[in-house]
Design a binder for this molecule. Structure first.
Ligand code: TYM
Length: 335
């Protein structure tokens, strides 16, 4: 049967505090695209187990992220927003895909190399097979499009390779997903080291704007952002990474082009520019803060959404899982 709308799938790891990198690279686009597609958004808590978590903080962080998806403008009655661990089919298909993923492919993953270097005392098998679980997330829902930041591109490519490999052997099992990357903002950089990606796990809190930061904090962090000595607001990623990063952030939240921003700040110093960026970001996040506070008042609404959407996600995921098991020749359960 033809799908009425195309399917969109995406998710975020369930730990720490979301950053404006997560927002600009992913969440904002999810909100922009959600009317056009049938959407599934996971809070990827199983993926987070590849790094040791403090159970109490982890539980809270995952719930906060769920609520932030909703507060950002994703209606949980129209979009299927759920915890990955509530849908066992993810790990079930993950195992199957492990058996169709080559060690050599996994060895090439830059995220594996980075995380192994960062957590040298805990290079576990889950960290290595992370991409096949991520492929399972996407393929279970027969996703057509996956809006993500640039750092997830390699993972999407391996997902496509695995899906094509299995389709070639068993006939059409999976839809081959396309990535959706924002033209500007696919890789938001650290405010302290603008040649490095902004990351929620950065130890320097001034390097990162968190979605929970209040206006004063946001403005203070932007004031401290590393720029250069040229004192000219000009978009040149290679030679002016700090200024260009701030211009991208400003451009996204105000919907202004890089040219328009250059004109706006012609003859003005970085002080004015940084203040404008800080104010624009704080204004853009304010409605989300308000809605978040409202959802915190009504925990039962979010509870109900978590429950209903776990059932909905399971329905679609199990459909694909049954199809895969059958194609592979596993005996059907006798009921
Ligand atoms: P995660 O949790 O690291 O990041 C979530 C999303 O935010 C994007 N992102 C950024 N975009 C621009 N600039 C940045 N500085 C920045 N930092 C993060 C990421 O590209 C991502 O889109 N493996 C995934 C989570 C995942 C997933 C999935 C995503 C698990 N299964 C299935 C899509 C589909 C991850 O670690 O993202």
């Amino acid at each position: 049967m033809e799908k009425e709308k195309k399917v969109l799938y995406s998710g975020m790891q369930a730990t720490g505090l979301l950053t404006i990198g997560n927002y600009i690279g992913a969440l904002k686009n999810w909100v922009n695209l959600n009317e056009e597609y049938d959407c599934f958004f996971g809070v990827m808590d199983l993926h987070s187990l590849t790094v040791r978590q403090n159970p109490a903080e982890f539980r809270k962080a995952a719930r906060r992220i769920y609520t932030q998806y909703v507060a950002a403008g994703l209606d949980p009655e129209k979009n299927c927003i759920y915890f990955q661990s509530h849908v066992p089919a993810h790990t079930q298909l993950g195992w199957v895909l492990d058996c169709f993923t080559y060690m050599g492919e996994l060895n090439r993953m830059t995220q594996f190399k980075d995380k192994s270097a960062k957590h040298a005392d805990n290079i576990n098998a889950g960290l290595f097979t992370y991409p096949s679980l991520m492929a399972a997330d996407i393929l279970l829902y027969q996703a057509d499009v996956v809006p993500i930041g640039a750092d997830q591109k390699q993972h999407l490519e391996i997902c496509r390779d695995i899906a094509e490999r299995m389709n070639n052997i068993y006939g059409d099992i999976f839809t081959i997903p396309e990535g959706y990357f924002p033209k500007i903002g696919a890789k938001i950089m650290s405010l302290a080291e603008p040649t490095k990606k902004m990351s929620k796990s950065d130890e320097n809190v001034n390097a990162t704007i968190y979605l929970v930061d209040d206006k004063d904090t946001i403005i203070r962090k932007f004031k401290k952002a590393v720029t250069d000595s040229e004192a000219q607001v000009r978009y040149d990623v290679e030679n002016k990474p700090g200024v260009s990063n701030l211009m991208e952030i400003y451009g996204i939240v105000t919907e202004k082009s890089m040219d328009a921003i250059e004109k706006e700040f012609e003859g003005k110093g970085y002080g004015d520019f940084k203040l404008a960026v800080g104010e624009a970001v704080a204004d853009a996040l304010e409605p989300m803060h308000k809605r978040y506070a409202e959802f915190e008042q009504d925990k039962s609404y979010i509870d109900k959404c978590i429950k209903d959407n776990a059932e909905k996600a399971s329905y679609y995921a199990n459909k694909t899982l049954r199809k895969v098991y059958k194609k592979l020749g596993l005996n059907e359960m006798i009921r």
